[in-house]
Every structure is written in structure tokens, then in C-alpha cells.
Design a protein around this ligand. Structure first.
Ligand code: PMV
Length: 320
């Protein structure tokens, strides 16, 4: 089982060359309320892997991942895999991050040798880049590289018990998957280099804000970073607009809360959903304001959460 994460400093763009390295360092917080579970069994019936999402999802991707994972982890027999999440999948809520982190963790329990941290991070990244950040709890940094220090926890979940609200907007037309969105942005947006340069400054501010638990420093930096990511994506050809009318209304609702003295700050990934950070004492007021936004259908509440957990070990008859 693993949890979703939300990036406070976004990963948007892959470096040229092999290995799916990110163009920039990102920093996220793992969310305790949004979970994915992967059930993995050695499949004695068949010669090929079996893979399913519940509810249904992109199964060819999942099967490819299981095949790659078995090769990297040295698992020589087919697996039967099922992945499920407790929140809407493919809605721009990082469901693929928690799903592939859960699956990586569950498959690792079948490996004949305990895999290194870096092997797990590289593997998770093949499912979805941000999945490697869900391999750890709390506040997590991911920088380019394949070594053990590429994905690190910079603070545990209890370091800063913030509230993170996810305002789900009505699902609009299907968004462009982040893999394609990043490729298009990096290759066609004239703002891409400026995005990378600004991201370096955002990262150092966010690191300092997390270290000192300073929401008045963190909040403006995460909003800036998210808006800059969307600005560079808007500059792509053809342009990438991930927002719906309700997305913009929710952003304005957050700004109105701030004008009224409530320190709440938003961030948005490659979809129409708006995530809002605030102090736990303000969570009810912020939830009420977000729920009142036309087009917002649900508000999910989280706080910083732990890394993945093995819920039950593979049975002893499984060859290791
Ligand atoms: O993990 P991917 O490949 O789906 O990309 C994630 C991209 C963003 O969610 C927009 C940003 C991030 O760092 O999570």
C-alpha cells in the first residue's frame, strides 16, 4: 500500500537522453488520505503475467510495468497483479504515483534479493515519474540521478502537520497525459528554460520554508511554482490548458480567503483539480469555501502521510 503525493515544487520535463531523468529537482508531500493498494500473487496457472486496475485503468501500461519489474527484480515466474485506489483515478490526483509506488513495493517483496533503494526508485519511475516520491513519507525531494540519494526524505510527516485539501472539479475533457504534456512543453515551449531557472529558486525557498515550518514563506512559493509550470505548458505548441472553469473559481476562492485573513495556498498538477494547503485550524473554513465553488464536487482532506507499507508478506511457498 502506498500514498499519493502532491508536488510543492513540480517535476515538469524530462532530460534528453536515456533513463527518464527529470529536467529539474522536485519536492512533494506524501498524503495520508489518498491510498493505492497493490495485490501481487505468484501466478501458477499461466505462463504470462495478469494485471488489472480496479476500477479499470490503462492495463497495457500496467502489464508492461510488471514485465519490466520482474526482470529488474529477478522474479522468474509470472505474477497476478491487481491495483486499486480509494480515490478517483486518472483525475489529476496523482493516482499513478500511489499505484506504481504500491506495486513497486509489493513486487519487491517477491524479489530473491532485497532490492536497493535506488533500484526501487528507478523502477517506480518507469510507471510514473512522481511515483518514486511516494516511496517515502513526509516531505520528499527527487533530484536527477540513479543513486540512493536521488529520492530523499527531507522531513518526516510529523514534522509539519499541515492540512492538504483536494478540491475535485467535474471531470472535463480528458487531459493530455503528463508524459506527453512534458514532452510537448520541453520541445516547443519558448518558456521552458525560464521555467527550469525559476524552479531552482522555488526549490530553495520551499526547502527553507519546510525546514522552518513557515507557511507564509511556503504558500506563495508553491502557488508561484504551480502557475509557472502551467504558464510554460500554455506556451507549448499546441498549447496545454489543464484548467476547467471550476479550477479558476477555486483559485479565486483561495485568494478571497487570504484577503479575509485565512492563510490558504493552492497548487495544481496536470489536471483540473486544485489542492489547497492550510493550517489544521483553518481546514473547516477552507473546506466550506471550496465546497461552495460551482463545479467543485468533493473536497478530500489529508495531512502529511507515511511511506508505503507491506500489508501481508508473500506466502512461504513462493520461490525466492
Ligand atoms: O508522475 P507523472 O509522470 O505523472 O508527472 C507528474 C507531473 C505533475 O504532477 C504535474 C508534477 C509533479 O511533480 O507531480
Amino acid at each position: 500500500m502506498a500514498r499519493a503525493n502532491v508536488a510543492l515544487v513540480k517535476y515538469w520535463g524530462k532530460a534528453a537522453g536515456p533513463g527518464r531523468q527529470p529536467s529539474n529537482t522536485s519536492l512533494s508531500v506524501t498524503l495520508d488520505g489518498l491510498l493505492s493498494a497493490a495485490r501481487v500473487e505468484a501466478w501458477r496457472e499461466g505462463a504470462a503475467d495478469r494485471a488489472a486496475w480496479v476500477p479499470p485503468g490503462p492495463v497495457a501500461d500496467l502489464r508492461r510495468f510488471v514485465e519490466l519489474g520482474r526482470r529488474r527484480l529477478g522474479i522468474t515466474y509470472p505474477l497476478d497483479v491487481q491495483v486499486t485506489s480509494n480515490f478517483p483515478v486518472a483525475a489529476g490526483l496523482a493516482s499513478s504515483a500511489s499505484a506504481y509506488a504500491a506495486l513497486t513495493t509489493a513486487m519487491a517483496a517477491f524479489a530473491p534479493e532485497p532490492p536497493s533503494t535506488s533500484l526501487l526508485a528507478v523502477l517506480a519511475r518507469h510507471g510514473s515519474g512522481s511515483a518514486c516520491r511516494s516511496l517515502l513519507g513526509g516531505f520528499v525531494q527527487w533530484r536527477p540521478g540513479d543513486d540512493d540519494g536521488a529520492v530523499t526524505q527531507i522531513a518526516p510527516p510529523e514534522h509539519w502537520p499541515l492540512t492538504i485539501l483536494a478540491a475535485l472539479t467535474e471531470t472535463g475533457p480528458k487531459r493530455v497525459p503528463s508524459r506527453e504534456g512534458m514532452r510537448r512543453t520541453a520541445t516547443t515551449s519558448p518558456f521552458f528554460d525560464a521555467w527550469l531557472a525559476a524552479g531552482r529558486t522555488d526549490l530553495s525557498v520551499v526547502r527553507e520554508a519546510v525546514a522552518s515550518r513557515d507557511l507564509s514563506l511556503l504558500g506563495p512559493a508553491i502557488e508561484r511554482n504551480a502557475l509557472r509550470m502551467h504558464a510554460t505548458a500554455l506556451g507549448a505548441d499546441p498549447p496545454l490548458l489543464y484548467w476547467e472553469p471550476a479550477t479558476v473559481s477555486a483559485m479565486r476562492a483561495v485568494w478571497r480567503l487570504r484577503e479575509a485573513g485565512v492563510p490558504a495556498f493552492f497548487t495544481i498538477d496536470a489536471g483540473p483539480q486544485v489542492k489547497v494547503l492550510c493550517e489544521p485550524g483553518d481546514a473547516d473554513r477552507v473546506t466550506t469555501a471550496l465546497t461552495a465553488v460551482p463545479g467543485v464536487v468533493r473536497v478530500l482532506r489529508s495531512r502529511p502521510g507515511d511511506g508505503p507499507r507491506i500489508l501481508s508478506e508473500p506466502p512461504l511457498w513462493v520461490p525466492r
